[in-house]
Design a protein. Structure first.
Length: 555
């Protein structure tokens, strides 16, 4: 970062430079501040209206009365804006990009929930404003683009430090709660992008001093480590896919050719090992060890008969959750130690008794009074927060996320219950999305009716999803299909693919990285349905398509 300020010419006051600073502010706000995102876009809009303007009329009006000056001011601004829109009209790729927002306006015609539709238009306004501003303004040099990306990664780093502070100073029941500025999923995407930005700076020797290279390398390692701390499966998977893409790209440049196949096999070994580990973990989690019923104790220490239930509670960590169960003792001892009623709900809205029983099982404790007595005060608070497994409160534990997926899969297959895992919830979202698409495949339901249609579809399908988890599609492609029908879905794909194909951007490192991150995230998330997601996509998509000078120094 210090390299930026060695050159005093970094700070200038012309309009184009001020726009560059506003873009830096926007880039830094994406991982840190929704308010900052809004303010920086207003600044960009105001500066955009003046950037490139002909000031001759204002100079002629100097010294004249106020009304003449005001007339000259408005005339200059509107002439400038008119010229920019003519420039936009002649840029087919940019017109296709902004059509994504215009499609939402068309969807107002047949929506019934106008209030939600207007809210959706407000959230997605960056899809219109940022491509217009960036496509009709002066492009950034490669040096300035690198500076902007460096500021962005610095802001992401600041966000990770804030998250670590939260992790250390607060009682966190879910590592994803440490993302305090934007959702953990969007934060994970910004971290993925930052990893490959820093790798680029290292690989192409953008910052040449040894100190800079050490800082960049530490930054890459820190971001990768933080993805594990955040337990961001999406972020880690996308990072792995990008790593494979670039590894294969480098492999096919290897000469002689005879070394390519061994290198490919070695490279494929890593995802294969991870896949084996994942499958083994799922099997270990969901297959219970055999035991002899006749050898199980029949009574607790206090003489209460045990219940040994191998059906109701399923299997966790390779053990039947329902053995050594004494509900009467659990109720009495729990209510003595906690203000939350044993027969009530935990703070996640789940049955507290079920959360407690699973937690005791994960610790290898019997589900009786002695088991509850063995819990620490901290563990009692975690159970109250809805934590059902002791491994979920351990830091740096990706295995806990795998266990949650395994447990959710088991419950979903055996009981049709998707509530225990966010992965299985997504399966339910996709099934519900397919149900809605089947009924509205031609025109869709309109811009604002997705919430209404999902609520209706969950009821029609008799979904077992709790009301708290009844969300929308968690797939951006399905969301567009539901809202705008088959033609809207196809146009959405066209708007993603045509501009970079026309402009040859699939040969550009930064765009390939960004596009892969966005495309993969859209498979499992409604990426554009939040301000942070819409701004992240709109800003960097427009910047990397239209805001970068096409010369060798751009890298």
């Amino acid at each position: 970062m210090t390299a930026l300020f060695k050159n005093q010419s970094f700070f200038k006051t012309d309009v184009s430079s001020l726009m560059f600073y506003a873009m830096i502010l926007l880039a830094m706000s994406i991982p840190l501040s929704e308010f900052g995102m809004s303010i920086s876009q207003f600044l960009l809009l105001g500066l955009w209206a003046w950037e490139g303007a002909d000031y001759s009329k204002l100079q002629k009006a100097a010294g004249k009365n106020f009304m003449v000056k005001l007339q000259a001011w408005f005339s200059t601004m509107f002439i400038n804006i008119g010229g920019k829109f003519r420039m936009l009209y002649n840029n087919r790729a940019a017109m296709v990009v902004i059509s994504l927002y215009l499609m939402h306006i068309i969807g107002l015609i047949y929506t019934s929930d106008l209030n939600y539709a207007l809210k959706d238009l407000r959230i997605k306004l960056p899809l219109l404003s940022l491509p217009v501003i960036i496509a009709t303004s002066a492009s950034l040099s490669g040096k300035k683009l690198n500076q902007l990306l460096l500021f962005f990664t610095f802001a992401v780093f600041a966000g990770t430090i804030a998250s670590i502070f939260v992790l250390i100073t607060r009682q966190i029941s879910d590592p994803r709660e440490i993302s305090i500025f934007i959702s953990h999923i969007r934060f994970g995407l910004t971290i993925c992008f930052s990893v490959f930005i820093l790798i680029y700076f290292l690989w192409f020797n953008i910052y040449k001093s040894l100190t800079s290279k050490i800082i960049l390398a530490i930054g890459v390692l820190w971001f990768l480590l933080f993805l594990f701390i955040l337990e961001s499966i999406t972020g880690l998977v996308i990072t792995g896919i990008l790593a494979l893409i670039f590894t294969f790209y480098l492999i096919f440049k290897i000469n002689p050719v005879k070394y390519r196949i061994p290198t490919i096999l070695i490279t494929l070994l890593f995802p294969a090992l991870f896949g084996y580990y994942f499958v083994s973990s799922v099997r270990e989690f969901s297959n219970a060890e055999k035991f002899d019923y006749s050898k199980l104790d029949k009574y607790t220490k206090y003489g209460t008969p045990y219940i040994h239930d191998t059906c109701t509670y399923g299997i966790d960590n390779g053990k039947y959750v329902g053995i050594y169960l004494a509900p009467a003792e659990l109720r009495q001892e729990w209510n003595r130690r906690s203000k939350l009623d044993y027969d009530g709900l935990d703070k996640k809205g789940q049955e507290l008794s079920y959360t407690l029983i699973r937690f005791l099982n994960s610790k290898g404790l019997r589900k009786d009074a002695e088991g509850v007595k063995a819990l620490t005060d901290s563990e009692i608070k975690h159970i109250e927060q809805g934590v059902a497994n002791v491994t979920y409160i351990e830091s740096f534990n990706l295995r806990s996320r795998i266990d949650q997926i395994a447990m959710g899969y088991t419950n979903y297959v055996r009981h049709g219950d998707p509530n225990a895992s966010s992965v299985m919830q997504r399966v339910e979202y996709w099934k519900t999305s397919a149900h809605i698409i089947k009924q509205n495949w031609l025109t869709g339901v309109g811009t604002g009716d997705l919430n209404l249609e999902f609520s209706k579809a969950y009821t029609e399908m008799g979904s077992k999803l709790d009301n708290a988890f009844r969300n929308r599609s968690h797939n951006q492609f399905m969301a567009f299909f539901i809202a705008f029908g088959i033609l809207g879905f196809l146009w959405f794909l066209f708007s993603l693919l045509y501009p970079p194909l026309k402009l040859g951007k699939f040969n550009d490192y930064f765009f390939v990285v960004f596009f892969t991150i966005i495309f993969m995230s859209m498979l499992t998330e409604d990426t554009l349905e939040t301000q942070a997601g819409a701004t992240f996509f709109a800003f960097f998509n427009a910047l990397l398509l239209f805001g970068r000078k096409l010369n060798k120094t751009a890298s």
